[in-house]
Every structure is written in structure tokens, then in C-alpha cells.
Design a protein around this ligand. Structure first.
Ligand code: PHE
Length: 499
């Protein structure tokens, strides 16, 4: 702080006054005696109090202050007085008055009529006549008095409140005394040794400011994990704790064969329509498919086998070769199960994946054309629907969803199939959280998995639990070009829900 700065002057003025008079009873009047705003003096008081150079006591009071509108009336007159003043002896049309008064016109007309200051010409409602010579503008007087801090009767306050011309404001000011560390002029403490100090040699006499070890550091510029990544990691940890191994999901482009046919999904199934699936133009068809297995898949679709009647239609290789952007990660599960079936002897497995899938859907608050799917499966001898329910209860309760309900559903590749619902305490309702089932023998036996081996599996989107956990209700706020980076930066590190 140098002597020349205005704040320095204010500080010097205040300390000199305290030194001679011993106190300041009201910082507001002291500020006006110094010719500075109270806010400026307040800054100086705060700084001096922090060093106990002065002791301050708060004085708080609620006062009525004029609204912007009222300030205009205090300066130029009330709308009703302005209106009367604008009417010439021969009267004026409403339009002319409106043009003159602007916003004050409507209020002015009403109040002036109530006061019987104006009237209308007989038979001509448009011509406004002035009924009084001079008006006494009480409203303006009252507003001016309030502005000057004078006391006005309660009835007037009530009236001004009703007209929304005043609002209550809490003001705070201070009474001041010398503090235990009082000095007439405080010594400026140095915060740094500069080249200037070294050159002039005055570093020898400098007093340095103490380090403030309690001060908060600057926020560090760093990367932030997206909510989807955070939730993905937590779900990965749940799978790993439950003994699952991750499946490789690095191929977004898949053939219809692995995405649909191997899953016993008939070729005329509506989900294969280009309205639901993105097909590739180039390369349009896959080059390689396992021929032996393909033959078995064809047979089971056409005429059944393994205890199934099949679908009884003419299965086409062309259709199976069509490339697409995978519509579910169950395509990956299929590949992995086929691979597992080739390994002899059979060993049970628990697999999971979390990655992107694509659907040709209309984009809205809850749907995007691409999203992330979480998929889990267990392949072992003698698994039952009871095992599936038990595993789902373990999995979802680790996610903080312990109340589950199951509803029978249909998937071409599972039988039985169940939709999974969870009770959401925040939303106070049951919400659908996933889909599940036991893979059909028509899918597993052609792969070469041994008789008696079952697969229980389930899938859900990563977006759904993330939106519930983060309280986001529009998927476009979570994923895509409209995501607000500040939202990602300010996300809490820990949330309730996931344990
Ligand atoms: N593939 C299903 C879907 O996309 C999810 C699912 C996976 C269902 C495994 C049953 C078994 O919704």
C-alpha cells in the first residue's frame, strides 16, 4: 500500500481520526466525511481488523430503499403528476399522452383518475382533460424523503410496498475503536525479494509477510474423468470382484452373422431392418465366416435340430454376410462362446464387457444413435433361472440397487427372458434397468458347447445408471457435442448410489 493510493488515504484518514478521537461511532457518516463510498471504507476496515489494528463492531439495520422505477419518480415526479403536467388546457388524446409518458402512462392514468385529477370529454373517451390547475405530488415527496433517510409514516410505507416502489435491504456498517495492535501508520510488509531490493540493498531492513499455510492453492489445471468413464470403472470393479473376465470389444463393425444369425435371430426379424440397424456400404459384406458352424446355424434356422423345430424359412448367406455397426455387445458374447466351445475340455467362464453399440434410432431426451452396453454372462453346467436371479441380485445390489423385480420378456436368443426393474428411492418408482435371460439351446448347441452347459446373461446400458446417479435427465447433457465441460469438472468425486 503506497501513500498515493486512495485506499492509502482512506486508511491514513481513519487511523489519524482514531488516534485523536479514539473512536468512530458510525462508519457511514465517517465515510461521507472523508468523501468516499462506504464500500471503500469497509475494505480498509476489514483489512485493518484482520491485523487487530482496529476493533470493529457491526451495526445492522433494515432499511427501505427505492426501486429503479421509484428512483425515476423521485427525480421526475410521480406518473400521475407527470401525466397531469403533460395535458395542455385544451386536453390531449390518449395516444399523444402515451407517446409522451411511455411506460408511466398506464399507472399514471389510473392514479390520476383515482385522484380525480383528470376527466374525459362527454362522448369522447379518447380526449383526456385536466381537472385541476396544480397538483401536489405527494408520492414524489414521500419518495424523496425516504431517499434522504427520513422517517415516513407506516401507512405510506404500506402504500409504497403495495405499488412495488420500495424494497427492504439489510445494511451493515460499523463502529470502530483502536485495536490492540493499533498504529498510526502500518508498516508495509514485503512479500518477495525483488531485483530492485537487491540492487538498492534495502532487503537488509525489510520485514517480510508471514507465509499463510492455511491459504487455498490455485485450482490445478488437469483432466477430468467423464461421468460415463467413472461409472464404467466402478462397474468394471464390480465384475472383477465377482470373478468375471473382460471380453475384447474392439470391433464396432460386425457381420449380421455374429450380431443376429448365431443368436438364432431370424433373418426377417424387424430389428434387422435398416431403420433399426446401421448397415455398412463399404465393405458391405464380411469375407470370412466359420463354415462348419455356419452350416449348423443355417440348419437350425431352416429346419431346427437339438430338439427345436427351427423357423422353417429359406436361410440366406447374403443376409448373414451383411456388415453392420453392432447393435448389441451380445455379438461379442456370441463370438466368445463359440471360441470357448472350440476349447476342449470345456471350462466354465464368467465374461463381461462394457462398450459402444449403435442403433438407427430417432435421437431424443433418452435415446442416442450410439450408447454403451454393459454385458455379463456365465457359462457352466446346470445353471438355472434361480442362478440368474441370484447373480443379478448380487450385481445390482453392488450398484446400490437392492430392490429388484423381474418381468417375463422375449428375446429371440434367450428362453426364459426377463426384464429387470429396480426401485429408485430418489424417483420413488420402479425403473427398467436391464434385460436378461438364459441363452437358447438353438444358439449354444450348434457352437459345440457340451450338452447340459447353460449360459445365463444380462445386458443394460451404461447411460441409464449414470443418468440416475448423476441426476441428469437429458442424455444429450451426458454424451455428444452439447456436453458442458464445467459440469464434468464440477462433478463430485464420490456419489451416493454406487458402493
Ligand atoms: N442384447 C440385449 C439387448 O440389447 C441384452 C441382453 C443380453 C439380453 C444378454 C439377454 C441376454 O438389450
Amino acid at each position: 500500500m503506497t501513500e498515493k493510493s486512495p485506499a492509502g488515504d482512506v486508511e491514513a484518514g481513519l487511523l489519524a481520526h482514531l488516534n485523536s478521537a479514539g473512536e468512530v461511532s458510525d462508519s457511514r457518516s465517517f465515510a461521507s466525511s472523508l468523501g468516499v463510498s462506504h464500500a471503500e471504507l469497509e475494505g480498509v476496515i476489514k483489512s485493518l481488523s484482520a491485523f487487530r489494528i482496529v476493533d470493529s463492531t457491526d451495526i445492522t439495520k433494515e432499511t427501505w430503499v427505492l426501486t429503479e422505477e421509484a428512483k425515476g419518480y423521485a427525480a421526475r415526479g410521480s406518473p400521475e403528476a407527470q401525466l397531469v403536467a403533460a395535458i395542455p388546457p385544451e386536453g390531449a388524446s390518449k395516444d399523444a399522452l402515451k407517446a409522451k409518458l411511455g411506460e408511466a402512462f398506464d399507472v399514471g392514468m389510473k392514479a390520476a383518475a383515482r385522484n380525480k385529477w383528470i376527466g374525459f370529454e362527454k362522448g369522447n373517451k379518447d380526449l383526456v382533460l385536466r381537472k385541476v390547475e396544480n397538483v401536489k405530488d405527494e408520492l414524489q415527496d414521500q419518495l424523496k424523503r425516504l431517499e434522504n433517510g427520513e422517517v415516513v409514516p407506516d401507512k405510506v410505507i404500506d402504500d409504497l410496498k403495495r405499488r412495488k416502489l420500495i424494497t427492504k435491504e439489510k445494511s451493515i456498517w460499523y463502529s470502530l475503536k483502536k485495536g490492540p495492535e493499533f498504529v498510526i501508520k502500518r508498516k508495509t510488509l514485503a512479500t518477495d525479494v525483488t531485483t530492485e531490493h537487491l540492487r538498492s540493498g534495502d532487503w537488509k531492513d525489510l520485514e517480510f509477510k508471514d507465509y499463510n499455510y492455511g491459504a487455498q492453492g490455485q485450482p490445478i489445471a488437469k483432466g477430468y474423468a467423464h461421468p460415463l468413464l467413472e461409472v464404467r470403472e466402478e462397474i468394471q470393479n464390480i465384475f472383477i470382484k465377482m470373478g468375471f473376465t473382460e471380453m475384447p470389444t474392439n470391433n464396432f463393425v460386425e457381420s449380421s452373422f455374429w450380431n443376429f444369425d448365431a443368436l438364432f435371430q431370424p433373418q426377417q426379424h424387424p430389428a434387422r431392418d435398416s431403420h433399426d440397424t446401421f448397415f455398412l456400404n463399404a465393405p458391405a459384406a464380411t469375407k470370412q465366416l466359420p463354415e462348419d458352424y455356419l452350416e449348423k446355424v443355417k440348419q437350425v434356422h431352416q429346419s431346427g435340430g437339438y430338439g427345436s423345430k427351427g423357423y422353417g424359412y429359406d436361410w440366406k448367406r447374403d443376409e448373414a454376410e451383411k456388415n453392420l455397426l453392432r447393435t448389441h455387445t451380445t455379438a461379442v458374447s456370441t463370438r466368445m462362446l463359440y471360441k470357448l466351445a472350440q476349447e476342449k475340455p470345456f471350462a466354465p467362464k464368467r465374461y463381461y464387457s462394457i462398450d459402444r453399440v449403435f442403433r438407427n434410432e430417432a435421437v431424443d431426451r433418452t435415446h442416442l444413435a450410439e450408447f454403451h452396453q454393459i454385458e455379463g454372462l456365465i457359462c457352466d453346467y446346470g445353471l438355472t433361472l434361480g442362478d440368474l436371479i441370484g447373480v443379478l441380485e448380487d450385481f445390482f445390489s453392488s450398484l446400490g440397487m437392492s430392490k429388484l423385480r423381474f418381468k417375463p420378456a422375449y428375446n429371440p436368443y434367450t428362453e426364459p427372458s426377463m426384464e429387470i426393474f429396480s426401485y429408485h428411492d430418489g424417483l420413488k418408482k420402479w425403473v427398467e434397468v436391464g434385460n436378461s435371460g438364459m441363452f437358447r439351446p438353438e444358439m449354444l448347441l450348434p457352437m459345440g458347447l457340451p450338452d447340459g452347459v447353460n449360459v445365463i446373461a444380462w445386458g443394460l446400458s451404461l447411460e441409464r445408471p449414470t443418468m440416475i446417479l448423476y441426476g441428469i435427465d437429458n442424455i444429450r447433457d451426458l454424451f455428444g457435442p452439447k456436453v458442458d465441460f464445467n459440469l464434468i469438472k464440477s462433478n463430485p468425486l464420490c456419489r451416493l448410489g454406487l458402493q
